[in-house]
Design a protein around this ligand. Sequence first.
Ligand code: FAD
Length: 472
Amino acid sequence: MARQAKLVILGAGTAGLTALSEARRYTDDVLLINAGPYGTTCARVGCMPSKALLEVAHAYGRRDWLEESGIRGAETFEPDLPTIMAHVRKLRDRFIAGPIETAESLGERSIHGQPRFLDPTTLEVNGERIQAETMIIATGTRPNLPEAWRAFGDRVVTSDEVFELQAPGRRIGVVGLGPIGVELGQAFAQLGCEVHAFTKGSNVAGLSDPEINASLLKVLKSQMSVTTGADVTLRQSDDGVMIQGEEQEVVVDWVLASLGRRPNVEGLGLENLGVELDKRGVPLFDASTLQIADLPVYVTGDVSGLRPLLHEAADEGRIAAYHALHPEAECLRRRTPQGIVFTEPGAGYAGLTRADLPKSGVVTGSVDFTQQGRALMAGRNAGILQLYADESDGRLLGAEMVAPDAEHLLHLLAWSIQQELTVDQLLEMPFYHPTVEEGLRTALQAARRELGQRRAQPDLPLCHEPADWALG
Ligand SMILES: Cc1cc2nc3c(=O)[nH]c(=O)nc-3n(C[C@H](O)[C@H](O)[C@H](O)COP(=O)(O)OP(=O)(O)OC[C@H]3O[C@@H](n4cnc5c(N)ncnc54)[C@H](O)[C@@H]3O)c2cc1C
């Protein structure tokens, strides 16, 4: 006799736990099955430990500016890597406690084991059969690592292992400069390590605007050696690992392999669902409801491959649980996309990236933060912000940037894009002085000039007219 449940969620990560919390608004008849470690990727080996390390690195990275500004003694600061790594792990342990407790609080409704679909409504786990009205697959992803690189043991690590390093050697290779490689590479470089970074393409940190990409590369190249367009191989060396590119070779103590991530789908028996799988082995699903064909099975979080970020995994968890329990309901709208890379200066996009823009009908406005007042006084004057607006009505479409306080500017822009605000409407907003946001105003003014909308009157709306932003 199979155990019965209304809903089964596979995976106790961010998507799975958010699906659980959404589902429990409607039913308590939910089972959570997790095959790997608890605590979520974000809190355990992702967003949280990486940002904890970056905070320390950015603080130490300001020592030259302190000296320049008249604060003496900075040359005596010394990064103690073992203690820094222990500090990161201590914070990590604090962050994983909540998600672990949520899973534990389910008691017998939380199952640790590797589930396998027998058909769309039946699973087997730990030898037990479970039948459910509906199921959610939220099994996440794991780092790619070429098979041959496993032979290097703990000299080649991924983001899954890097935070466990007790006393990392100071000569470091980083292979792959997506957001994770760039963040961790900069962190160790700022902490005084010798970092050699290699990436296959010409773009880093997921940026697509060539000017913005060049701006981040300039910063990174002042801190570490960076080779783009590099397809490297690794070889054992007497005192470490040799990284060989076409024109150079370098020996490092260890390598961070940040080569993208793959979905956790092995062993799930997805072939028993009787639907087509994509080339990653994930069943084809509807991108708005996350439902697989007309089955009562949903795909959510990073495993979906749609938007592999924490807040998106959480939203997808909500969407999947809502639709799983209300199959006839109208679909829920996604929020404006944004991606933030926590380098110093920060980098990222809001709304459409340069690569996503239509080929015509777009104007741009930019600001160079090397000359921006507030950035200069903070010694954080690096980066460029580029805005994209619709030529026909001035509506903001997107932005890419490398900028001080990029995480805040990107939120401001994502919120404005979601509200469908125009360049003119944004220029009616208050800008305090002296702030980094004044740089955003400079970019908006440049976009307005491109739009040919320089009006004979100031930015302020006329008294007898409601402000544009108050309409609609
Ligand atoms: C180094 C790093 C830094 C990051 N930084 C950021 C950031 O700053 N901001 C941001 O928004 N995002 C960041 N991310 C991405 C973010 O961590 C992910 O988007 C998010 O964790 C995805 O959540 P998820 O629930 O889909 O997957 P996960 O949290 O990975 O959850 C999947 C769960 O499924 C379990 N599981 C695996 N296989 C099975 C199976 N067969 N059966 C059952 N259970 C299974 C796993 O054990 C896990 O508990 C970062 C990621 C990394 C690696």
